[in-house]
Design a binder for this molecule. Sequence first.
Ligand SMILES: O=C(O)C[C@H](O)C(=O)O
Ligand code: SF4
Length: 547
Amino acid sequence: MNQFQESMIKLIVETSTNLPADVRRAVKAAKAKEDQGTRAALSLSTIAENITMAEDNVSPICQDTGMPTFVVHCPVGANQIAMKRDIREAVRMATKDTKLRPNSVDSLTGENSGDNLGAGTPVIHFEQWEKDEIDVRLILKGGGCENKNIQYSLPAQLEGLGKAGRDLDGIRKCILHAVYQAQGQGCSAGFIGVGIGGDRTTGYELAKQQLFRVVDDVNPNEQLAQLEDYILENANKLGIGTMGFGGAVTLLGCKVGVMNRLPASFFVSVAYNCWAYRRQGVLIDSATGGITEWIYTGGSEVSMTEETDVEATEAVLATGGGVIPSAQQGGGNVANEGRVIPLNQGGVDNTASERREIVLQTPITEEQIRQLRVGDVVIINGQMHTGRDALHSYLMDHDAPIDLNGQVIYHCGPVMSKDENGWRVRAAGPTTSIREEPYQGDIIKKFGIRAVIGKGGMGAKTLQALEEHGAVYLNAIGGAAQYYAECFKKVEGVDFMEFGIPEAMWHLQVEGFAAIVTMDSHGNSLHAEVEKNSLEKLAEFKEPVFK
Ligand SMILES: O=C(O)C[C@H](O)C(=O)O
Ligand code: SF4
């Protein structure tokens, strides 16, 4: 087993940087379904571009590399203590090599362990089996989509849908509601794993296990297969769309599992995974520890830039679950030339001709902000300062370390590396903004901030502050961490390193950072609109379907 640790490093790197073939096909199919020039289509182009960049750069697809969760099946007699030690060491090394973001935070002190090791992290499940080989699967599920997981206890009364009873139709309603409540905040279009039954813990576990199924498999339980098809078809009628911008594709996959429950309990647990659905697996020779096969067809098999296999993609090919030899992995066979920057190049409203693209240089004035409207694309040059949960809470009753007047705050926890030339941004997509809702309005006014960039939108309090003060909320494409990292030309400094790398305040020099105005200074919010419309659509699914 002397190669086991090395095999685990390969598994982590592949999972973090190269989205598997079945997931890529689903994203391509979504792209083909959206009308060209719409916000959704442009976002999907940026996502496709980002997937290719991550593969080429061998860098994280999304900066949030999630909770590393390993599921290991091993023969009787295999040394689980040694395997656990090797997995932990592989996690530590992959973090040092910036393939994983340091994501393990002490819940009481807020201290980041810096190496992804800590109480409860990484998660490692062992199961024995009769086979001789070892099967290791890994999922890297980020915190934003994890926050959108939801558990229902039936019977329940659901917004828009009314009563959900303890039967298949009640389950149907819960799942539709789960997609609705996620809106764009879990970086839709997403994938959901559903667990019916169990207790609160095993129900969620079952839901997460479903995420190890390939996107295009068919549930052997006929009733559940029907439910999965129904959900996939109808959740896409909610109109939430990519990043919650509205559109034809909201859900890319639905997998449902069932287990027994207690007479008193009836849980429906839903695990929501963003489009950056990072999971891989390897079969391991239990004598050497070397990789013999990759479990999910590697991403390099499906180019995100060629449109040729769109038709096949539409049908969602039956080959997604194939096994390919390790030699085919990580080949980086996608052409790297002719790269476009999609978000800057098309329209954001219904047609390209209606698009307005505005270039802003920081510091930004109130007058410039007041000219912006929901739907405009803004390109930022100059400076940007990252700030998320720890910083927002801190700024409520402290001064900022720099003058933020006219400045831009980016809700982002980047992956960073440091060498003799200083710090470098390795991955830097937006984080979910709504977490800052209790603070944002006050902070905008207190410091004179003119633009806040994040994803998923913010609420009424922030919208009011934008109007009163003259500021905008810009929505960047969640998960597009490589695409945005390229915009950061220089790290000018950092404050609050004691908050840990993701939570520190990074002062960055930026060029050509494109995002969409989704909340303006005139009281308009695309998020409020999409939420309202999708609730109306949800209510259309009130009548029983599965009797
Ligand atoms: O933590 C992050 O960087 C992002 C997070 O996964 C989110 O979706 O909000
Ligand atoms: S930022 Fe979006 S893509 Fe990245 S982990 Fe969070 S939900 Fe997923």
